[in-house]
Design a binder for this molecule. Structure first.
Ligand SMILES: [Zn+2]
Length: 192
């Protein structure tokens, strides 16, 4: 699925626990971090047709970041830098897997490639997760899911008093929440 879908899914999951802004950011980042293995895309596009084409996108995407080893590494990093460690680590583990699940469900490439997920790497190459019914990246279920996530995010921002904008600027986040509450009325009691 698209980075936006992954990102909003992660943020919505992060709001289920009473975490602070940084821990919520960690849980949210875990839902997009597997796609860091897509770093090769610009190199592959730029060198296509050259005498020495780089195939880092085809070689590494859905390989390096989409597996159990990288999940454990991400969870370990969260353990070091989070405040509420147990709950943050648990949710990091959950949103990372949510990313993998979303890719299995709806990330078929334009060429029909299913990008199997080598889940047990680097411990074993045994499992290559694919689902026969997988829909394409640009298929309607992804648009519907993204639209629902946007609506849920707006609702949560109105109700709880913070939104994913907090990851970029606390001030912009408050301005966004304020605008929502002016438009739709005050949210919950914790509206400061
Ligand atoms: Zn992915």
């Amino acid at each position: 699925m698209s980075p936006v879908t992954h990102f909003l899914s992660g943020w919505v999951v992060a709001t289920v626990a009473p975490l602070d802004r940084r821990d919520r950011a960690l849980v949210t980042f875990a839902s997009v971090i597997p796609d860091i293995d897509g770093f090769g895309l610009p190199f592959e596009v730029l060198t296509r047709g050259s005498p020495h084409p780089l195939t880092w996108w085809s070689d590494y995407h859905h390989l390096l970041g989409h597996n159990l080893g990288f999940t454990l590494l991400t969870t370990l990093i969260a353990a070091f830098i989070s405040k509420r460690k147990v709950i943050t680590m648990t949710l990091v583990f959950v949103t990372f897997h949510l990313h993998l699940l979303q890719d299995v469900l709806g990330a078929r490439g334009p060429d029909g490639h299913q990008w199997p997920i080598p889940y047990l790497l680097p411990f074993s190459n045994q499992w290559q997760l694919v689902w026969r019914g997988q829909w394409a990246l640009n298929a309607w279920p992804n648009f519907v899911l993204t639209l629902i996530l946007i609506l849920v995010t707006i609702y949560l921002a109105w109700k709880k008093g913070y939104s994913p904008v907090e990851m970029f600027s606390a001030r912009a986040d408050q301005a966004f929440v304020h605008a929502l509450r002016r438009r739709f009325g005050a949210g919950s009691k914790d509206f400061a």
